[in-house]
Ligand binder design. Structure first.
Ligand SMILES: NC(=O)c1ccc[n+]([C@@H]2O[C@H](COP(=O)([O-])OP(=O)(O)OC[C@H]3O[C@@H](n4cnc5c(N)ncnc54)[C@H](O)[C@@H]3O)[C@@H](O)[C@H]2O)c1
Length: 330
């Protein structure tokens, strides 16, 4: 049996394929349209493996994806394919709606068709989503649980919330075995340079200003990407029929403290006494910038055999090593 991964050539998808390949002998099919955010070199370790097949396709190409499903008969669909950069969604939300909403609808209809033809109740569809759909929190609010109302505040989170609502509606209407996961901010290898951590390291190495929105006090809850992927693998293998999990790393940090920590690690690792913090430049805040996200992950910890295993200090140190190596060789 095989696992059908959509968006496996991006940041989290490529780490998911790596973790899955290390722990499972299933055939892995990766369907990705190879947008600017993808990087096929992330998958060099598996590209020649007989248990790995890649298709360059858009998730909206319904007939072509149906053919892939008929040919490979997957036991599980997992969808990472999305437009993911909030700043781009503020420039224009068109591509976000096409992939994060209409694309999800295409995959759901294909899964519905496949489920009704095979009558296989062991099939699963996992929609990988974000904590941003819940909106934002004040400092004193409790972290998001699975029963928080969705209240997205920017076009990216609104498009992800719309995709998730379609999934909830298909669970309710068609009684399909679909799961939604809402995860906090991921960090680790393979992330596109537009995102905060790689951008900070790239700017520092190139002696460029390190931009921070507003006053840097916005808070994000960070999880090491492999911990997220392990939670998804646990959900795929679990016998339980829960439809909704929050996944988080119990690690809230202000953006400014995160960037300062990276600067200190760079000085330490490059052994050069340069104070990279001097490159920090506060820039005009992102319009509608959410103040704080925080995930309560007690439901998944209670019900599945999973918890975040990577301490922030260990994860951020190996992440900095990864980008130092990557950017110093570019
Ligand atoms: N990065 C995070 O911190 C985070 C946190 C929680 C949830 N998520 C969710 O996890 C998923 C993956 O995020 P990421 O950070 O790896 O994103 P990413 O931008 O790094 O990768 C997205 C991948 O999807 C592909 N893709 C985009 N549109 C497509 C389409 N129409 N058809 C086929 N492929 C398409 C891209 O080519 C790329 O390989 C997204 O759904 C995102 O909303 C991300």
């Amino acid at each position: 049996m095989c696992i059908l991964v959509f968006g496996g050539s991006g940041f989290i998808g490529s780490r998911f394929i790596k973790r899955l390949h290390e722990t499972d002998s299933s055939v892995i099919i990766n369907v990705d349209k190879l947008s600017y955010a993808s990087d096929q070199t992330n998958l060099d370790f598996i590209k020649d493996d007989k248990n790995y097949i890649f298709y360059k396709k858009d998730i909206n190409a319904k007939d072509e994806i149906r053919e892939i499903i008929i040919k490979h008969k997957p036991k599980c669909f997992i969808n990472f394919a999305a437009e993911t950069h909030v700043d781009n969604s503020i420039e224009s939300s068109y591509e976000f709606i096409k992939t994060n909403v209409l694309g999800v609808q295409v995959l759901l209809d294909l899964f519905r068709e496949y489920h009704s033809e095979t009558k296989n109740n062991k099939l699963k569809f996992i929609q990988v989503s974000t904590d941003e759909v819940y909106g934002d929190l004040s400092k004193s609010d409790s972290p998001f649980t699975e029963i928080n109302r969705y209240s997205p505040k920017n076009p990216y989170s609104a498009s992800k919330a719309a995709g998730d609502h379609l999934v909830f509606s298909y669970i309710n209407t068609y009684k399909l075995p679909l799961v939604i996961t809402n995860c906090s901010n991921n960090y680790g290898p393979n992330q596109h340079r537009e995102k905060l951590i790689p951008k900070t390291i790239y700017s520092a190495l190139n002696n460029k200003p390190i931009p921070i929105y507003g006053d840097g006090t916005n808070i994000r809850d960070w999880i090491y990407v492999d911990d997220h992927c392990d939670a998804l693998i646990e959900i795929i293998n679990s016998k339980y029929e829960f439809n909704h999990f929050n996944i988080g790393g119990n690690c809230e940090l202000e953006n400014l403290s995160l960037v300062k920590k990276i600067c200190a690690l760079l000085t330490d690792k490059l052994n050069n006494n340069f104070q990279y913090e001097k490159l920090i430049e506060f820039v005009n805040d992102r319009p509608g910038h959410d103040y704080r996200y925080a995930i309560d992950n007690s439901f998944i910890i209670k019900n599945l055999d999973w918890r975040p295993m990577t301490s922030f200090d260990k994860g951020i140190s190996s992440t900095v090593d990864f980008y130092l190596n990557k950017y110093q060789h570019e």
